[in-house]
Design a protein around this ligand. Structure first.
Ligand SMILES: Cc1cc2nc3c(=O)[nH]c(=O)nc-3n(C[C@H](O)[C@H](O)[C@H](O)COP(=O)(O)O)c2cc1C
Length: 258
């Protein structure tokens, strides 16, 4: 491959998207030049790109769209004719307009898209849906997808990809399911507050979550060393039962390469 940079910029709150990103990166390079998980720092300064660079861009699907805060940051990226591989990861319900939205943001930013994929990952709110995905087969397929992208890049292919979705995109909807804290278990260590990508947890009292800021991403739940945070309550249990029944059929990932 060229000596230009290989970069990965993504958002992964509970590390499912990250697994796919790592599989794709592994097919392209031993060590990416840039590797940014926006969930670690939503305010990080983003690099500029230029012709010859390859950027892997990935995001989970929230309500059939990209998470609003993620879309906002990705719109700042400037490709100057760099190549992009775009990926969304979703919990087996649907990815609706999210991949189309990511494609539009990426091409508006001046990138040339060589491959796009919608991949299945365990649902971070309703974990019985697509449980333990990605599995080995999913990750092998992601590596194959990346290998095909690599071949197309070396052949200098340039054209447009057909992506599923509608414009205008689906209306942004907030899930509104806020994790519940077991105050008897919580040690007030504050790790959840430091990991929350939207600063929705009070640093002084981590048992308090600011509902208007919480995007239900599940990062606080997955990082709590004491398992003091979880989705619970009657409303959650009801939706979980209905959702799990409706989307129990396992889906397969879809990808397309020029
Ligand atoms: C707020 C929220 C909304 C979601 N909306 C959808 C959706 O519309 N369709 C779907 O199939 N999965 C949906 N999911 C599931 C995530 O896309 C999926 O679990 C993804 O793997 C999470 O990625 P991460 O672990 O990298 O954060 C949603 C998850 C969250 C937290």
């Amino acid at each position: 491959m060229s000596n230009k940079r290989i970069a990965a910029i993504f958002f992964s709150a509970t590390d499912t998207t990250k697994k796919y990103v790592d599989a794709v990166v592994s097919a392209l390079t031993d060590k990416p030049d840039i590797y940014i998980n926006l969930a670690d720092n939503m305010n990080i300064l983003l690099p500029e790109f230029s012709d010859g660079d390859i950027l892997i861009l990935a995001s989970p699907v929230y309500g059939g769209r990209l998470p609003e805060q993620v879309a906002k940051r990705l719109k700042e990226l400037r490709g100057k004719d760099a190549t992009a591989i775009i990926m969304v990861v979703y919990g087996s319900r649907d990815y609706d307009d999210a991949l189309l939205e990511l494609m539009d943001i990426t091409s508006d930013g001046g990138f040339h898209i060589i491959g796009a994929g919608a991949f299945i990952g365990q649902h971070s709110i309703f974990p019985r849906v697509a449980r333990n995905r990605p599995d080995n087969k999913d990750l092998t397929n992601a590596v194959k997808f990346a290998t095909r992208c690599k071949e197309s890049i070396s052949h200098g292919k340039r054209s447009n990809l057909e992506i599923k979705g509608n414009r205008p995109y689906k209306k942004v909807m907030r899930v509104g399911l806020i994790p519940i804290v077991d105050k008897k278990i919580c040690s007030r260590c504050g790790l959840c507050a430091s990991k929350c990508p939207t600063d929705a947890i009070c640093v002084d009292n981590p048992t308090v979550t600011i509902a208007e800021k919480c995007i239900s991403c599940g990062r606080c739940i997955s990082h709590c060393p004491h398992k003091a945070r979880k989705h619970s309550g009657l409303k959650y249990k009801l939706i979980d039962a209905l959702f799990t029944r409706a989307f129990s059929k396992q889906k397969e990932s879809e990808d397309t390469v020029l």
